[in-house]
Design a protein. Structure first.
Ligand SMILES: [Zn+2]
Length: 377
């Protein structure tokens, strides 16, 4: 009767692909019997005469060798039952380094699996949460974006935008906006941003902030404002959109999972490429209602810290909505709902009473300079 092969034997005079054989394990070694028409002869090998290595891709197989020189024989064991029997019978000294190798493979495989498992888990989890619109996960992802990336991204879009516009380089309007910005940014604790505020000549009644601290104020807004405090109110709101990283949050929501994953793997170029594709959509971003309220509340506090009369923005909004609501872009990006106005006023009322310090400029002459620069153009 021919036993079924459970191992392959290699060596001189044997086929290159190995000779099938049947191995049985005994208390002090193994016996190898030829199967079928084999050039092998039955042989018993003592444990003391052999060496054992781990084999196979996963190191879960055994390679047994014995003999010396040209008569070296190598047995390749891959039958699980045979391997178990061999492990049980073999002296532990013989198996020690095999077990060590197997343990290493097991550990490496386990940590690989854990790593992949958690990576897949994160991606799937983010996908699900983005799908269901959770702002929390977006905030979580955005908090992990280095500020430098944010700046690079914002600056790219900022320069693209400014290159197509008339930017006021100096003059009373630029000095006024700089004074407001300096007074406020001096009061921001641990401010990681270097704010850049540009005054752009345009009838557009609006201002916006890009991620990374790049702010644009249109002369149209400055002409509609009746005081520097009104402009400062809008500016403070915009600075706080930056400080709360609202633009980045919006961006991540718009870009979706691809962006989040590229952020996670640290693909800065991918992130900037995506931002560029979006281009100026970034500048006209509509923030969420919660983000607006957050920028309102923190904006008012920043004004108070800088001792700038903090009710400027609400006055500006209320006056504009009474007089000329049409064509005011600020309203389309910042709809002033009754709830929002109510929240603003409550916040104002809750502020401790303090005297504000006026600006060094006279608002009337700032506005006159704007009309003059338009005539020049
Ligand atoms: Zn806003």
């Amino acid at each position: 009767m021919n036993p079924t092969p459970n191992a392959l034997c290699f060596g001189d005079g044997l086929p290159a692909a190995g000779a099938p054989c049947h191995v049985t394990v005994s208390a002090d070694g193994l016996t190898m019997a030829p199967v079928g028409n084999s050039p092998l002869v039955e042989e018993a090998i003592a444990f003391t005469a052999m060496s054992v290595e781990a084999g196979g891709l996963d190191h879960d197989q055994l390679v047994v060798s014995w003999g010396a020189g040209a008569s070296v024989r190598t047995l390749y064991l891959k039958d699980p039952a045979l391997i178990i029997a061999f492990r049980r019978a073999a002296p532990s000294a013989l198996m020690a380094h095999v077990e060590r190798a197997a343990e290493q493979v097991r550990r490496a495989r386990h940590s690989h699996r854990a790593l992949w498992g958690s990576a897949v888990g994160v991606v799937v989890g983010l996908g699900l949460m983005l799908w269901f619109g959770s702002d929390l996960i977006v905030e979580w992802a955005v908090a992990r974006i280095p500020v430098q990336w944010e700046q690079k991204l914002g600056e790219t879009v900022y320069q693209d935008f400014l290159s197509k516009e008339t930017v006021l380089k100096d003059g009373p309007a630029v000095s006024a906006v700089q004074e407001m910005t300096q007074r406020m940014t001096a009061k921001i604790p641990n401010n990681p941003y270097t704010f850049q505020v540009s005054v752009v000549q345009s009838p557009v009644v609006n201002a916006f902030a890009l991620p990374g601290g790049y702010v644009v104020v249109f002369t149209g807004l400055m002409k509609k404002a009746e005081s520097g405090e009104e402009v400062a109110g809008v500016l403070s709101h915009e600075l706080n959109h930056v400080l709360q990283r609202h633009g980045m949050e919006r961006l991540v929501k718009m870009m979706g999972l691809a962006a989040v994953v590229s952020i996670l793997v640290g693909d800065q170029q991918g992130l900037i490429g995506l931002a560029r594709q979006l281009g100026l959509e970034l500048a006209t971003l509509k923030f969420g209602r919660e983000q607006e309220t957050e920028a309102d509340v923190t904006g008012i506090r920043l004004l108070a810290d800088a001792r700038i009369a903090p009710d400027g923005m609400i006055r500006f909004f209320e006056r504009l909505s009474e007089k000329d609501k049409e064509g005011v872009e600020l309203f389309s990006t910042h709809p002033m709902s009754a709830a929002r106005a109510g929240r603003l006023k409550a916040e104002l009322a809750a502020l401790p009473k303090q005297t504000s310090e006026p600006f060094t400029f006279e608002w009337k002459s700032v506005q006159d300079s704007l009309s003059a620069s338009e005539l020049k153009k």
